[in-house]
Ligand binder design. Structure first.
Ligand SMILES: [Zn+2]
Length: 232
């Protein structure tokens, strides 16, 4: 295979880079940081939901106050009138009925309001705790990252330089295999009792694949889709 040495060097560095990145993403501080981030948003949602419910209750209380005022004003007007009509009575009854409706809604929610306030305050406390946990773990993670960063930067630079020396077609092939987290992407074949095997997945090459392999610089494994290259 053409430029095999460069490709294999590229692969070796790429695997190192993946390990360095994994060490960061799988670190305890990163995991804890992500967990604290999620917990914080759950607490925030609880707080927001309770706030909305509290606003609803408040709006019922406000409309009850408004209706009470209207009824009082109506009664004042009627007291000054000489003759009270059926229409006056009907209007008053209607306003009273509406008030009872709203009052019933408030009393239905009476038990709820204590719970809402408690949950709202608890979520606030929890939120603060998660925020602190997030910041502590972030600090620890950033320290860890700082120790790995020079290696990551160096590997990235070297990989970029090598990319220019690899044909675009081969590079594309490599990236499509590693995108599925198959490392190494380029493997050789080994021979056992006259059969050829893919070193990536260990499967024996079919007869057709074997002849393809023998007659070309490389072939694609039928099972794992890795590139099986020929040495030399
Ligand atoms: Zn394979």
């Amino acid at each position: 295979m053409k430029d095999l040495d460069i490709i294999l060097k590229y692969q070796e560095l790429d695997i190192k880079l993946r390990k360095a990145n994994d060490a960061l993403e799988k670190s305890k501080s990163y995991e804890n940081m992500e967990k604290a981030r999620q917990d914080f948003s759950i607490a925030k949602k609880t707080r927001d939901d309770n706030e909305k419910t509290a606003e609803n209750i408040l709006s019922y209380v406000e409309s009850a106050q408004k209706l009470s005022k209207e009824i009082n004003a109506m009664l004042d007007r009627l007291a000054k009138k000489e003759e009270i009509t059926d229409e006056d009575i009907a209007q008053l009854e209607k306003a009273k009925a509406k008030l009872s409706e709203v009052e019933a809604k408030i009393s239905e929610r009476k038990g709820q309001s204590e719970k809402i306030i408690r949950e709202f305050l608890d979520a606030g406390e929890q939120g603060k705790k998660h925020k602190t946990a997030f910041e502590d773990n972030k600090k620890e993670f950033m320290e860890l990252k700082a120790t790995k960063q020079p290696e990551i930067n160096e590997l990235t630079k070297e990989l970029k330089a090598l990319e220019e020396k690899i044909s675009p077609e081969v590079l594309k092939l490599y990236k499509s295999i590693t995108a599925e987290r198959k490392f190494p992407a380029f493997v050789d074949a080994y021979v056992d009792k006259d059969s050829y095997y893919c070193r990536g997945c260990g499967i024996a090459l079919s007869q057709a694949k074997t002849s393809e392999y023998k007659n070309n610089p490389y072939c694609i494994c039928e099972k794992c889709k890795r590139v099986i290259y020929k040495k030399g």
